[in-house]
Design a binder for this molecule. Structure first.
Ligand SMILES: Oc1ccccc1-c1ccno1
Length: 239
């Protein structure tokens, strides 16, 4: 997979080359290009923004600079991802979709955002997703790109040491992951649940499932609404 990021703060993306992702890059599973948007400016001030039509606070990123950058970076097979608080939610399902793509390009907006015509024009040639990583406002898209790239890269074959790790992911079966424990058996007078030390894997699996359901009901009841009607049948039969 080829990942390209266009940003005015290339140094923000340095973590992409660290740890897990660094290993994936070293293995040749991912290649990453980080591009400074200002490289496409022509003026001495390297201006990338201007005041908004219609007035209002802040500045908007200029369409002409972005258009030239995306013309150069995108290809016919590109999936262009534009993080924005106004985007559709980035989800684990979308992470799986992106993990099947050959070329992801991320456009990191700053200020009050990118002139909408950049997205509208790019959509004439490539698939464009405006996505949000949560209901809060950041200063720019770079942090969102780091989150999305990590969520996607860990799904690529060979990136995670244990491919079975995905099966236990939160959201993988539509529920939140339950609690995890490791040694010591008692820590600060808090004991590991007995069932986890029973060796009875049918009971353990059922307990874990119940814990996922309770946690999901308590913290994300919305996820329960979107589960298919038979979501529990096949799993419970397997328990
Ligand atoms: O708040 C933002 C500002 C710029 C680019 C993206 C975001 C954002 C917020 C939540 N998800 O993305």
């Amino acid at each position: 997979m080829q990942i390209d990021v266009v940003t005015i703060f290339p140094e923000y993306l340095a973590p992409l080359r660290a740890a897990l992702l660094g290993k994936a890059i070293d293995k040749g599973l991912i290649s990453v290009g980080v591009h400074d948007l200002r490289d496409w400016t022509q003026d001495v001030h390297k201006a990338v923004d201007d005041s908004p039509y219609g007035g209002g606070p802040g500045m908007v990123m200029k369409p002409d600079i972005w258009g030239q950058a995306l013309d150069d970076v995108c290809t016919d097979s590109t999936r262009l991802i534009v993080p924005t608080p106004a985007g559709r939610p980035f989800t684990q399902a979308l992470a799986h979709e992106y993990a099947n793509e050959s070329h992801l390009v991320f456009a990191c907006g700053r200020y009050e955002g990118i002139d909408q015509r950049v997205v509208d024009d790019a959509a004439r040639r490539v698939r464009v997703d405006e996505v949000s990583i949560g209901d809060y406002v950041l200063v720019g898209g770079e942090v969102a790109v780091l989150a999305i790239v990590e969520a996607v890269a860990r799904l690529l074959p060979g990136v995670l040491g244990n491919p079975k790790s995905h099966a236990e992911d939160s959201f993988q079966d539509g529920l939140l992951e339950g609690p995890s424990y490791t040694r010591p058996e008692v820590w600060r007078e808090l004991a590991v649940p007995d069932v986890l030390r029973s060796g009875n894997h049918k009971l353990i699996n059922r307990w874990r499932r119940d814990q996922s359901l309770v946690r999901t009901f308590e913290r994300r009841p919305d996820l329960l609404e979107s589960l298919p009607a038979d979501a529990f049948d096949k799993h419970d039969k397997a328990l």
